[in-house]
Design a protein. Sequence first.
Length: 316
Amino acid sequence: MKIRSVVKGALTFVPGMQRVLPKPHASKNPPTAYYYGVWLKHVALLHANGLHHSPKSVAELGPGDSLGIGIAALLCGAQCFYGLDVVAHTEPAHNLKVLEELADLLRRRAPRPSKGWPDFDPYLDDGKFPSEVLTAAGLSASLAPQRIDNIRKMLANSLETSEGMTLAYQVPWNNSDVIKENSMDLILSQAVLEHVTDISQTYQAMYQWLAPGGVMSHQIDFRSHDLTKEWNGHRAIPDWLWNIMVGKRAYLINCEPWSAHQAAITNAGFEIVCAMQQYRTDGIPRSRLAQKWRAMTDDDLNCSEVFVQARKPLAA
Ligand SMILES: C[S@@+](CC[C@H](N)C(=O)[O-])C[C@H]1O[C@@H](n2cnc3c(N)ncnc32)[C@H](O)[C@@H]1O
């Protein structure tokens, strides 16, 4: 484990220290192309899995440094977006820049930026764009200048609603009342569900927000987020030391393996439609796992990432 991870956590226990410690970074200010690629990946895979792919209402958990995903959703035809975070990472000026760049990428139907994981190239056209789901006709309507002007106006003036559109950034969100029950078509997240403190409560909230037949799409990263040298080294840390590392930070990582997410998703009432797993065998061996994780399955031990899509049943 890296000493600085322990020191950072321990410092949060010192009275008054949290006010002076730097705010946690969501990520390292990814370029607009990152959000473009993430959005294309989620929509292309939703389409590939036969799930709702032209959502009117979208929520994102943990948008991070910009509202790029929400802006992309609105530019592709959604009327309503909620971004829910626990720390305010985004700035209006940055979001305005991302808006102009995303509008340009979508107008040009620019190819997806990089391959990454999971691979969604089989669902793209020859120009590496998901034109089956983001059709030329659909984009020409959704990218109408007056829609873009309206999004620009909302971002510039921090307006949550304007001309029938919603663009809300809720920070922190503390309970499930922040979004109306049965109101969302799509909820997504990228590299967030490994950070939430209580995964069961979070999946239950998402179930509550989704309309019957609504879908969710998440990529979850089970790696140690640079807290340790080995990708799964966090699972060697005993509870007492882990509690110091977490300290009073707004979030760290929850360490829950894929099977715990799978159980929480199905217990909340969802049907899992697709679960793609990425495996690694170069981490710490079972013999080095902390007592708490010793009995974990080989699948959990070696699973470094998951891309999961699930549906709230129509007859819910
Ligand atoms: C690794 S960053 C990912 C940000 C963004 N999705 C991206 O791909 O760049 C994790 C994000 O999850 C947020 N987060 C942590 N706990 C959360 C929670 N319980 N609910 C919503 N967001 C949360 C963090 O504040 C941060 O914005």
